[in-house]
Design a protein around this ligand. Sequence first.
Ligand SMILES: [Zn+2]
Length: 439
Amino acid sequence: MDVDVGDVTMDVSGDWQARKTLVECNKYMLKNGVACDITFNVGKTGTQIEAHKYILVCRSSVFHAMFCGPVAEKDSSVDVPDIEVDIFRSLMRYLYCDEVEIEPGTVMQILYAAKKYSVQGLVDHCTRFLQVNINIDNVCCILEQSHLFDELLLYNECLDFIYENAEDVLTSETFSTLCATCTEDIISSDQLFVDEKVVFESMLIWADAVCDNKDIERTDSNRRYVLGDLLYHIRFPLLSLSYYADVVSKCDVLSQGEKLDVYQYLCGSDPSGSVSNFSIKYRAKKSFQTCNRFKYTSENSDWAQKGKKDAVSFTCCHPIWLQGVVLYGSKDTCTPYDVSLKLLGADDIELCYLRSNVTTNQSEQTVNVYFVNPVKIFPKVQYTVEVVMVGPKSYYGENGRRKVPCSNVTFEFISSSRSNNSTNVFTGQVPGLIYSLWL
Ligand SMILES: [Zn+2]
């Protein structure tokens, strides 16, 4: 018959070692303070926890250096004011028994303790727990901790989560608690899937929080001061002209020269180059919208692509940035197309030319081809997309529509006399236009 002694049961004869595993005996030794040779004064209260150097040295290189190194601790007690009692007990339990219970409320503190004493197995438990529990509310906190602890894998997982859920994270309360390095890694990324307006507004809130921490007034010049070079990661040229005029131009975070530069860019028609050190590169391409002009796609890929021109013209009712076009690919996903793509404006003036190799993705019938820089499309002006493809026979569209309403924009398609490979309003290549709103 056994008597329960905490986690370990004891033989009635008092022989607690009888038929116990090493782990069970370790647990008993720790719990009951048997033959301990070191005392830790833990937490702010200095609560005493006794342990065995043998186990600690055996499990942690930091304890090894502490007790066996050239400047080994000679005292029989060690102060640990920076770790709470429950957390230190969890650390001991892991060292003695390989057991750990991690909860959202304790994981960061356990990770801290595991890093402090270089217990990599416990670090791994914590980071795995964090990886599967990342959410909108805690991701900034986990990102900051992984920055602090130099946990690169976890850090990158947090960044990926933030890029995917950018709007929710950037508008969360915790975003403004991030350090400048973490913030820069977020807002400098091309992967950030969010409207630039959200980046601008979130960075103003971030700047206000920094002003508060530094105990300086929330003025535009102080905001600019605390933003420093982070300001140049806000892509002002990607804002809509109306938002820029109504909001950005009325505050003084930008200098007069920068304001004018961005304004001229937003009003002008030259999309090349950068604007006052602000990038004009669009972030995550999936934030673009697509206008699909065909109702159906052919079942077979038997549209000849032997170097003839497929062209279709269009107008739209609203100013947009044309980011690229959608092309039909082939069932043959191994052979690439040699694609020459032109965008022609009024009087067939060439606005953009692109040549690239394009391969069809196995799961899709179409491929997206993006221009290097977006092209401004003015309302009521007729443009023509002309494409020459050399490669395997492709799919093609059927039941094309003249008028295609998309969110905020209606496109009108017109057959082009430049086409000599049969593409027209009703059938053929160039199934879609990829765009973003300009105004
Ligand atoms: Zn950080």
